[in-house]
Structures are given as C-alpha cells and as structure tokens.
Design a protein around this ligand. Structure first.
Ligand code: M6R
Length: 608
C-alpha cells in the first residue's frame, strides 16, 4: 500500500532514499517524505503532499546525510496533505509506516490524557507518540520501547524508525505488511520490496511476522521477542532492467510486451517430456485425485485469472471449482475443510484479503496452494505449497503480464490435474501443452505487433462516458478483466455483462453511440453472441468485436472487428486479453491519463 525505504552507509542517503521512493511510488503516490540525520547528527524531516517531485523540490539545498528513512503514501487515515505525510514523530524519533493501526482512536485519547498533542489525522502519528512515551517517559531501550509499542497496536505494520540520539541506527518492525533488509557493501537498506534497492544489492533478509530489527551500516540484528534470530540471506533473481521502463513510455506497455517471454519462462521449467511436471515446485498433482472441490480465492485481476481456470477445471479435469472474491470469502461462511484444495492467486503475495482467506482455509483444514509472483511473499510462505509465476517485477498498477502468466500456469496445472484424474490421455495432454507453450506466446506476440491497429480503435472509445463489455462463458470472464483494466486507468465507467443477461434489464442503458466491446472467441457460442451483439446495435450501440480468426461473423455486425491469430479456441483467452489490455492502455493514453499511477489506486493492497 505505502512504500518504505531506509538507507545507512557511506554514500549520501538522500540520493538513495529518493531513488528508492521513485521505485516504490507504484505502491502509493499521494504524498511522500523522508527523515534523515545531517552531518551534525541532527534529525530532520521533509515531506509534502503530491508526487515525490514535491519532496525533491524541498531538498533543493542538497543536504548531506548517511542515514535516513523515506515513505511514499497511499492514504488511509487522513487526506493526502503535507501534515499527514510520513514521517511522523517527535523531537526524539521519526517513523514511517505501512499498514493500519485499527485501535488508534483509543490510544490517541490515552496519550492526549498524558499531555501529547497531535497535528495530523493519521494513525501513524499515534504509533509514533506511543513509541515516544515508552522511550522518553518510561525510558525503555529502543528495542524494548518498540516491542512495547507494537504490543499495544491492533492492525498491521511495517515500520522504519530513527531515534534522534542514535544517528547510526535504523530500526524496523513488521506485522502484516512486507519489509525486507537489503545487505550491501558498507551500506544496508530497509525496503518494502526488492525493486527499491536492486540498483545497489540483490541480497536481502525477509523480516517475518512480529520481528524487530536493528540495522547499522555493517550489521543487521533481528529479534523475535527477546531472542535474536539467524535469518537466511536471500538473493533476488530479478535484475535492475526488469524493474526499469527501458525506453517504453509506461511500465504498463513494457509489461504487456514482456508477456510472451514471461509465459515461456513460467511454463518452460514445468514441462518435462512435453507434459506438465511440478516436481521442481515440490507440488504433487496427485492431490487432484483426492480433493473433491477446488476453491480459487483472489482479488481483482488475479480473481479474474481464477475464473478462466475454473472453466478449465470443469471442462478438462471434470473437477468442481468455485472462484471467490477474497474480501468476501471470510464473511460467507465458506464450507471448506478436508477434501478441499484452496488455491490463492496473487501477483504480490501480500494482498491482505487473500492472505486472510489463506489463513482461514488452513484453519478449516483445507489443503492450500499459492500461485504467486513475488518470491518469499507472505502468501507464498504461509501456503502448504507454492508455484511461482515467473513474470519478473510487475510495476504498473494495472496488472497485465501477471494475468497472462497466472492463466497460462493454471491451464498447465489443470492439464496435470486432468491427467492424474484419468480425464486426459498423455497424447492429448502433450498436444495441449505444445499449443500452450509454443503457440500461445506467439499468438500474444502477434497481437502486440498489431498494437498500432488496436490503438487506432481507441480514439472513439476515449470519448465514451460509459462502455459495456459482453461475452459468454470464458469470454464473459475476459470481459470482466477488460472492463476492470479500462476503468482503473482511463476512468471511463464500464460494465462487464454476460451477453445473454443484458436483455434482463441492463440493455435499457444501451443508447445511441454507446460502445460495446464484444468478446467472441468460443466457437460454440459465436452464433448466440452475434444475436446479442445485434440486440445492442439495433439500439444504437457502436460495437467492437474481438473474435477468433475464423469466427463466422459478417462484417456488418459491428463497426470494428479485431480477429485473433489462429490458436486452439480454449487458449484464445491469452491473445484476447492482450488486446483488451492494449485497448485499455491506448484509451487511457488518448485521454491523457497517468497510466502507471491511476488515481486512488496502489499496486499492493496490504490493508483490508
Ligand atoms: O497482488 P495481487 O495479485 O493479490 O493483487 C490483486 C489485485 O489488487 C490486483 O489484481 C488489482 O485488481 C490490479 N490493480 C488490477 O489491474
């Protein structure tokens, strides 16, 4: 949700804090700030509402510092403003915080009674002043004061802390929000994720739930309660190019362009002798013989990827599969237990609702599997098994390549499930795997090569106030993803509708000139889709059809038709989603939107 960075070392920390915050801006970008020790070991804060550039402008006198912490914010408590920006603190300390302190109101009241005053509306300032109380008034050590303060908080946090009287130390703590400690040469970092420090180091420690750490220029000490913990030093296999725009106008379009290679990388290491093989993930597909039902739980785009997998579980593996929105899952008394497999799909592996759904599923006795992109993330670590997608870092808030690899990987998994359940023979499985691994990335690349043609359809879409996506079966699930993508980056209101359901009410919204994007990749549903499209054009809709290469659709059915390349129809979702992503991208670009940083959103949603 928010991004945290900290630097301590031989170089000027300000440069590294700003660079780190720039890399983390995708996590939140409504305000930013830093706290640092100057050359005389005095502690300063500089913070501002709006983009990071506003903080940089306030640092025009280029202070020299070797230790500091920084924060880029996605507001929860208190509107984005200078005063609500992090760091918060007192003369004795500064903190930056990612997460939510749920019981901040009662603690604020208590501290007010003790004489503390508050200038911001944030929950974080309450945590800072509570820490000040234990450190200054109760005179606890830094470690004990942090321990005591966090023991009082209800909620989630990743914290970076500076104490004014120890200018050579950064403290940090974690519960429920991710935090890593980067280990460099003569310098160390704290960061919300590895992309913030990749320019300096790929070696890091992952802070675990409840841990507190003390970081100096050349030491890292981690405690769980009173005990120090030996942590394994991890090495990220992402390189810095993967986390940079590399000549593309936006991360989103760069990431769409990475889809073919991301699909191949994700699948390649899980195919042996032309068949699915998850041995390197230590995942036994034999589980699909034992389970009676699969539940896929996820949020947003990851949930839409689950919907595609649900269709494949039914048609190929003949295994019932439910897809549930993670934020609803817990509150719907889910009937799960032994015999169920819960699959959590998540790019970040840190989505709070998905993590909570995972924990509940484990509590209820279900087996759990995580399909996650970020190695070592909370969901990856807590699930019984994990299969990593290998998309590389996804920086744009609008998720694109993550969906492509999630759906491709799930499809491979379903082929494995179908085989183990005796529903698919080896030859049929092999030809499906070949089509998935060889042909699907090519088909995606062919659509990317047609970016200009697809973009040319977007000028009229960009003028729309409302827009509808329709489809049947897998195409309806694609429609959901296309609509979400358009909404989040172009701010055009749009709805995804099951095409057959339109006439049960919603068709009343179709008036002259309303754009309807119709997905038509399922051959058996094509005729019915054409009827549904005609129902809308008869009422004035302007239709754009995305269909399979040989769909029997007359040219006069719609104003625009985009035909996909030749590919097995059950895999058409892969090139089709690329088209939908390109439509969202070019429509948002035509409207002049800030594509990689859409309003009100953040990449990683670590609060419920
Ligand atoms: O990191 P996750 O995959 O768990 O994130 C889930 C959603 O927050 C995410 O897919 C969101 O819907 C995207 N911004 C959509 O583009």
């Amino acid at each position: 949700m928010c991004g945290i960075i900290g630097y301590i070392g031989k170089e000027n920390s300000i440069k590294h804090l700003i660079e780190g915050l720039r890399a983390l801006e995708y996590r939140g970008y409504d305000s930013a700030g830093i706290a640092y020790f100057d050359e005389n070991n005095s502690l300063h804060s500089v913070k501002a509402a709006g983009r990071l550039a506003n903080v940089e402008a306030k640092l025009a006198d280029k202070p020299v510092s070797h230790c500091g912490i920084g924060h880029t914010r996605w507001a929860t408590h208190g509107a984005p403003s200078d005063v609500n920006s992090h760091p918060h603190g007192t003369a004795s300390l500064r903190i930056v915080h990612n997460g939510i302190v749920e019981n901040y109101a009662s603690i604020r009241e208590e501290l007010t009674g003790l004489g503390y005053t508050f200038e911001s509306d944030t929950d974080t300032e309450v945590a800072a002043k509570l820490l000040d109380y234990y450190y200054k008034e109760e005179k606890l050590t830094a470690h004990a004061a942090i321990e005591r303060m966090t023991s009082r908080l209800v909620g989630s946090w990743a914290l970076g802390i500076l104490f004014a009287d120890t200018p050579n130390v950064i403290w940090c703590a974690r519960k429920g929000s991710p935090l890593i400690i980067g280990v460099g040469e003569d310098e160390n970092f704290i960061a919300s994720d590895i992309t913030a420090i990749l320019k300096r180091t790929r070696n890091y420690y992952q802070l675990d739930e409840g841990e507190i750490a003390k970081v100096t220029r050349d030491t890292v000490t981690v405690w769980q309660g009173e005990k120090t913990v030996e942590k394994p030093l991890l090495t990220a296999d992402w390189d810095i190019e993967a986390a940079e725009r590399g000549g593309f106008a936006h991360f989103m379009i760069k990431e769409i362009n990475e889809e073919p290679s991301a699909i191949r990388t994700t699948l390649g290491c899980r195919i042996k002798n032309g068949l699915p093989d998850f041995a390197s993930d230590a995942f036994d597909v034999g589980i699909f013989k034992k389970v009676t039902r699969v539940h896929i739980v996820a949020c947003g785009t990851a949930m839409h990827a689950g919907l595609i997998a649900k269709g494949a579980f039914a048609s190929l593996a003949k295994l019932p599969c439910e897809v549930e929105i993670a934020s609803e899952f817990r509150y719907n008394d889910p009937l799960i237990g032994e015999g169920d497999l819960v699959i959590i799909i998540s790019q970040s592996g840190e989505t709070a609702d998905s993590l909570a759904a995972l924990r509940l599923s484990k509590e209820k006795g279900a087996a759990t599997l995580a399909i996650v992109n970020v190695i070592g993330s909370s969901i990856a670590r807590e699930a019984d098994s994990v299969i990593y997608t290998m998309a590389g870092p996804e920086i744009a808030v609008a998720s694109t390549k993550a969906y492509s690899v999630q759906t491709a990987l799930m499809y491979l998994l379903v082929i494995g499930a179908a085989m183990t359940r005796g529903k698919l023979d080896a030859d049929s499985a092999r030809s499906k795997v070949t089509e998935l691994y060889e042909r699907a990335p090519e088909a995606v690349a062919e659509m990317i090569a047609r970016e200009n043609e697809i973009g040319s359809h977007c000028k009229w879409l960009a003028e729309a106030e409302d827009l509808f996506y329709i489809g049947r079966g897998a195409d309806y699930h694609l429609a959901c993803e296309g609509s979400l993508k358009l909404k989040e980056i172009s701010y055009i209101h749009s709805e995804a509708y099951a095409a057959g359901e339109l006439k049960h009410g919603t068709i009343s919204l179709i008036t002259e000139g309303v754009p309807v994007i119709a997905l038509c990749t399922v051959p058996s549903l094509c005729e019915k889709m054409v009827s549904n499209i005609r129902e809308t054009t008869a009422r004035g809709a302007k239709a754009l059809i995305i269909c399979s290469h040989d769909a029997e659709i007359a040219d006069d059915t719609a104003s625009h038709i985009i035909r996909l390349p030749k590919i097995a129809s059950e895999l058409a979702f892969l090139p089709a989603v690329t088209v939908l992503q390109l439509i969202a991208y070019h429509t948002a670009a035509a409207r002049g939107c800030d594509i990689d940083k859409p309003r009100n959103l953040a990449k990683s949603v670590t609060v419920e």
